[in-house]
Design a protein around this ligand. Structure first.
Ligand SMILES: [Zn+2]
Length: 172
């Protein structure tokens, strides 16, 4: 019996139930008490990572439980506003006027001092073709902050000190 036939087989003992998935209004509840300082510091335009005393991993955003040690990370460490592009990709949207495919970039940044990456907005003026892994970036804060990750308007490109470094030449 082929694989497809197996999947298509009518099962006598299954049951159908009507249902819908309201994914657009999906809510996930969790206790944020111990990461309140994270949001308070965001409001003051400061980035804080949460360090696990078991493995020294600095999480940004903070994690409730360290996946490696299964304990609650509990040491706050200040992070710099700079970071590097850790990875990026794009989805492509058709421009309704020209029909041209326009890249909608999805970028993950590793903040300096953190061991984790998170998805951010890049300055929309940065051309997608100019983005590269390792590109140094810096937080651009919103003028009015509210104490959430949205206080980071985007990450902007900063000068790359390695860009104009002379290439190493082997002595002959
Ligand atoms: Zn750990």
């Amino acid at each position: 019996m082929g694989k497809l036939e197996y999947i298509k087989k009518e099962y006598a003992r299954t049951r159908k139930t009507e249902g819908k998935w309201y994914l657009s209004s999906y809510k996930y509840k969790f206790n944020t008490t111990h990461i309140v300082p994270f949001f308070e510091m965001l409001k003051q335009k400061k980035l804080m990572g949460l360090k696990c005393r078991g493995c020294n991993t600095v999480y940004f955003p903070p994690k409730l439980v360290c996946g490696k040690c299964l304990i609650q990370p509990d040491k706050w460490v200040p992070l710099r506003e700079t970071g590097v592009v850790a990875t990026f990709t794009a989805t492509y949207d058709k421009d309704p006027k020209t029909g041209e495919l326009v890249p909608a970039p999805i970028t993950a940044v590793r903040p300096d001092g953190a061991d984790t990456i998170f998805v951010v907005e890049l300055n929309p003026k940065i051309k997608f073709s100019d983005v590269y892994v390792g590109m140094p970036v810096k937080v651009k804060w919103r003028e009015t902050t509210q104490g959430n990750l949205g206080d980071i308007e985007y990450y902007d490109r900063i000068e790359d000190p390695t860009e104009n470094m002379p290439l190493y030449k082997m002595e002959e």
